[in-house]
Design a protein around this ligand. Structure first.
Ligand SMILES: Cc1cc2nc3c(=O)[nH]c(=O)nc-3n(C[C@H](O)[C@H](O)[C@H](O)COP(=O)(O)OP(=O)(O)OC[C@H]3O[C@@H](n4cnc5c(N)ncnc54)[C@H](O)[C@@H]3O)c2cc1C
Length: 347
């Protein structure tokens, strides 16, 4: 079928690059603008769980996770005490964004995609027909959440995924490639805690009472280049109703960000690309007009993600609350929390 229109993508994270690859497989011209460059470290737990093999195949990425470590068990700690140990109903994969995003960028270019690094897509272009916004979460200036990530070498873990919680914040530990462990944390911002980038996570962990964990981490070798921080993280809201999105086609975190503790954001980014690709291909072939395309992409994502986003928003609040966090973990310890059910509902 002749191609009549080009697609422009803003944002070369998982959603944007996966969409670009899926469209290039259909021989549709794609120009992608990425604000940063590759490879680079990002604040992300790097625990990927929930994306189905069919989704990866539809994106032309069936082998993407073959080299990633399979993770089958999770352990939850509260204030240093082990509370819940459970098998992961769906195994996860540990793979750094440093490696993953770079690999996707290489594949996109190899398929003939045009990728401009260090180039922002400016707001005046966002509503242009044929433009897809995959620029990550919409910053929430009212948020008091701080994300801090670093890699450590040779840190033995209790399970494929370790989650440590306190009302001041939580941290997830998961092995990635090259004998590294990703340590990604979300804290309530505390302006009195200051320090060099490399030491900030450690200082927050101590302030939250994670002394035992810090003792373990101090035995490992941190990679200072892997340290990254983000603020203004949305606190868990449903994406706005359709009319607000009518003129802008948004995918991935830009459509809606799920709580990082779910370990499902990367999967959602890939899923949203797979949902959007055939609709954007119809637009490129002249079978759909732009307004109908934007509407169809938003509807498909709402259908797939609304339940997850809602449940995650509720659980996110509970995890940060001084009353509900102990309640949740005590229930889990007593075997009264339907972990498998919740895990599946968040995917
Ligand atoms: C602390 C924390 C821990 C997390 N842990 C996990 C986890 O363990 N597992 C999981 O699945 N998910 C996790 N997530 C969520 C996951 O990182 C995101 O859901 C995922 O990265 C979303 O992909 P995306 O492509 O939509 O956005 P992003 O990966 O954020 O990519 C957006 C891209 O757009 C670029 N950009 C921004 N503005 C512009 C512009 N104007 N023009 C051009 N480019 C632009 C950025 O540089 C970036 O490369 C975590 C998130 C946080 C904050």
């Amino acid at each position: 079928m002749p191609v009549k229109r080009e697609i422009t993508i803003g944002g070369g994270g998982l959603a944007g690059l996966a969409l670009g690859i899926a469209l290039r497989q259909r021989r549709i011209p794609v120009v992608l603008h990425e604000a940063g460059s590759y490879p680079r470290h990002r604040v992300c737990g790097e625990f990927l769980c929930g994306v189905r093999p069919e989704t990866l195949t539809a994106l032309g990425l069936a082998d993407l996770l073959d080299s990633a470590t399979e993770l089958t068990e999770a352990v939850w700690f509260r204030n240093g005490k082990q509370m819940i140990r459970h098998a992961l109903p769906i195994p996860g994969r540990g793979l750094s964004r440093y490696h993953l995003d770079h690999e996707l960028a290489v594949r996109f270019r190899a398929l003939g995609g045009v990728l401009h690094e260090q180039q922002r897509l400016l707001p005046e272009h966002w509503a242009r027909p044929g433009t897809v916004l995959a620029i990550g979460r919409e910053p929430d200036p009212s948020s008091d959440l701080l994300g801090l990530k670093r890699h450590l070498r040779d840190l033995p873990l209790e399970a494929g995924l370790e989650m440590h919680c306190s009302p001041g914040g939580y941290i997830g530990l998961c092995p990635v490639e090259d004998h590294r462990v990703n340590a990604s944390a979300l804290f309530r911002l505390r302006p009195e805690i200051k320090g060099p980038r490399e030491d900030l996570q450690r200082r927050y962990l101590l302030a939250c009472g994670f002394d035992e964990l810090v003792g373990r981490m101090d035995q490992a070798t941190p990679d200072p280049d892997s340290c990254a921080a983000v603020t203004s993280i949305p606190q868990g809201r449903l994406p706005r109703r359709l009319p607000a999105h009518r003129e802008i086609c948004a995918i991935g975190d830009r459509f809606g960000m799920i709580g990082p503790f779910t370990g499902n954001g990367m999967s959602m980014a890939l899923e949203s690309a797979a949902l959007a690709a055939p609709l954007l291909a119809d637009y490129a072939h002249g079978l759909l007009e732009w307004e109908a395309t934007v509407d169809a992409v938003a509807r498909a994502q709402r259908r797939r993600f609304s339940r997850r986003l809602l449940l995650s928003a509720v659980l996110h609040r509970a995890l940060f609350h001084p009353v509900t966090l102990p309640l949740l973990t005590d229930l889990g310890r007593a075997g009264l929390l339907p972990m498998e059910f919740l895990f599946r509902q968040l995917r």
